[in-house]
Design a protein around this ligand. Sequence first.
Ligand code: EPU
Length: 349
Amino acid sequence: MSAGDGPSGTAPLIERDADLSRLNTFGVAARAAGLARVRDLDALPTVLDAPEWRDRPLLVLGEGSNVLLTRDFDGLVLRIEAQRIQQSHWAGDDAVVRAEAGRGWHDFVRWSVDAGFGGLENLSLIPGTVGAAPIQNIGAYGVELAACIEAVEVYDRATRGFDLLDRTACAFGYRDSVFKREPARRIVTAVRFRFGSDWSPVLSYPGVREELAARGVVSTSTPADVSDAVSAIRARKLPDPRVLGNAGSFFKNPLLPQAEADALVARHPGMPRWDAGGGRSKISAGWLIEQAGLKGHREGDAGVSAQHALVLVNHGRASGAQLLALARHVQGVVHARFGVHLEPEPLIL
Ligand code: EPU
């Protein structure tokens, strides 16, 4: 029996009136009516069916790195803390590895590159857990998680049973998935990754190539080299949530029809844009915010990072409501200046 498990060894104790301030990377103050920490996945149905909680709202938190809590939560917060990693089998020359949802994301990426598996290295140092990663299909430096997913294991609250969704059923998109579209339904319990034997590094981002060149390993780079390079870039570019509360990118990069992007670039020649396929262009929300004069802007302790304009930060005691007010202000100023709507990336509660 581990700490936090109940007398039976499987049914976790539910903490009442729990403090969530250390359970969200913004570090905002909020409380939950109940908090269950589940280390044994088999105990999940018992927790969810407990008479006191089953009809109340449920919030699943990993490391709380993609959520903005703007009020107390009058329901049950669930933390999956199961962390095992197993190489389950080989599929031809590909390795299939299963990691439980509570494992720290970067910890799992390092496990994979240290085992010699390539595919996740560009996603190094992203805060959060393995279980949170498929929800918004995390992506960075030219790679999206979806590319390495074999299947996602879930507990389905609609059918009250465990289920397995293959990659197609997950319906991944840019920072999007079936889990994000139907948030209350499925709880991710584990993720099955597929690592191909035909790995080659994804070096589409100039910054990654430059960092590897500085380390003298561009043409000979291993997954671990790329992971080190990406970690170094992120550590330089993005504020560390352990030092300054934040949830990474607060807004998605807008996807616009080609003609709309053309018109914007004609008016603002320096504006970065990328072809996103399907007749659409992706434009840089960070650039829009910086050009609107908001980089480093503060309203009390709620701020736009001075390091990276796409990140909102808590300079100390900002409340979730103050951060949300700042986000609305950023949306308003960017819309007035560019006519573009910025959509928040984290879950706003
Ligand atoms: N830019 C600015 N000012 C800023 C920041 C960025 O002008 O303060 C412009 C620059 O022109 C820069 C461009 O934006 O070249 C792109 O910036 P960056 O490479 O940092 O990437 P991003 O588009 O802002 C996205 C992801 C990040 C991911 C990076 C790298 C989204 C919403 N964000 O940011 O993901 O790390 O690319 O691939 O897609 C996250 O989701 O939390 C996250 C950090």
